[in-house]
Design a protein around this ligand. Structure first.
Ligand SMILES: Nc1nc2c(ncn2[C@@H]2O[C@H](COP(=O)(O)OP(=O)(O)O)[C@@H](O)[C@H]2O)c(=O)[nH]1
Ligand SMILES: [Mg+2]
Length: 305
């Protein structure tokens, strides 16, 4: 992708297999911080593409839901980009393969681009370059960019900062709603999807969530929708897509400005920390603690400058 050419409309007309190859290359440049990737980012054009974040526990049915959602979007003549972020933790080795199977029918579709990224770093964290990669995807002419990420710890907040709509997936199994509802989920969710609605207890789970979201129980002023789905049977997906399609976007809402602030803050922190190698720092700390006048503040100051 030539960073200095192509308005987003031109790009929309020219999303071809060749462009998919070039998009894949550009993503690799960003991942590896190579080939003038910063220039590429500085030249990204504003775009009206919408980023849909899908987050939830492993096994909640995110990939099945994304698979079905792509189907709805494609029948509505939309072009769809998908990023799956998989934790590279040992107990999740099968995830990447699972996603490939779940979305297999779309891998060769001319209007669908799917890319899996291993989430390096901590389990809760998203991919270190997820902000940049999702903005690149946003700018090349898709109507929707879907980001599937496992919701653990902080990552729900991170995904909300990236997404125009955040879908939080819950499942009725594994205890009641209170146990499933982690702190902060209500602040980031635009749409709750209760998947596996075929499972026992689903309606009770729905009722309790509805009650939790009612004004009597919380101070979140925006409207949060709840959609019931059975993702692997594609039930509830047209309703979900309708919600997304009719969504009233408000870039200036307090919530969006807060999230954009978090996003830009993260970019600045990454930029400032770029030259700090934690492994190397650890080795130096091992030596420094042996010194009699070791002071962590002067140590840190040396790094900060
Ligand atoms: N019973 C039931 N199983 C589902 C449903 N949706 C997905 N699954 C299954 O749940 C498992 C995990 O699904 P997957 O989409 O890979 O979840 P992810 O880890 O959140 O991406 C798979 O075996 C799916 O077939 C559903 O609505 N009901
Ligand atoms: Mg998945």
């Amino acid at each position: 992708m030539n960073p200095s050419s192509n308005s987003s409309t031109e790009a929309a007309d020219s999303l071809t297999p060749a462009n998919f190859r070039s998009l894949a290359r550009s993503i690799s440049f960003i991942e590896n911080e190579s080939n003038n990737y910063e220039e590429l980012l500085l030249n990204l054009k504003p775009s009206s593409a919408k980023i849909i974040g899908v987050t939830g526990a492993p096994g909640a049915g995110k990939s099945s839901l994304v698979d079905a959602l792509i189907g709805e979007m494609i029948s509505d003549k939309k072009k769809v980009g998908v990023i799956c972020v998989d934790p590279s933790s040992p107990f999740n080795k099968g995830a990447l393969l699972g996603d490939r199977i779940r979305m297999s029918q779309w891998y060769n579709h001319p209007d669908v681009f799917i890319r899996s990224l291993a989430s390096k770093g901590s389990l809760g964290g998203l991919h270190p370059k997820i902000i940049e990669i999702s903005d690149l995807m946003k700018s090349v002419g898709f109507d929707y960019v879907i980001i599937e990420t496992v919701g653990v710890g902080q990552s729900e907040v991170d995904i909300a900062a990236l997404a125009d709509i955040t879908i939080v997936m819950l499942v009725p199994e594994g205890g009641d709603i209170i146990q499933n509802m982690k702190a902060g989920l209500m602040e980031v969710a635009d749409i709750f999807v209760i998947n596996k609605f075929d499972r026992p207890g689903a309606q009770n789970f729905y009722n309790s969530l509805k009650q939790m979201l009612s004004p009597a129980f919380n101070k979140v002023s925006r409207q949060i929708s709840i959609i019931k789905t059975i993702a692997f049977e594609k039930q509830g997906i047209p309703e979900l897509y309708k919600k997304i399609d009719e969504w009233k976007f408000d870039n200036q809402s307090e919530q969006k400005i807060n999230l954009l602030t978090e996003k830009i803050w993260a970019l600045i922190v990454n930029e400032k920390m770029k030259n700090v190698d934690k492994g190397k720092m650890k080795t130096e700390i091992e030596k420094a603690v042996l010194e009699r006048d070791f002071n962590i503040y002067s140590f840190a100051k040396r790094y900060a400058n």
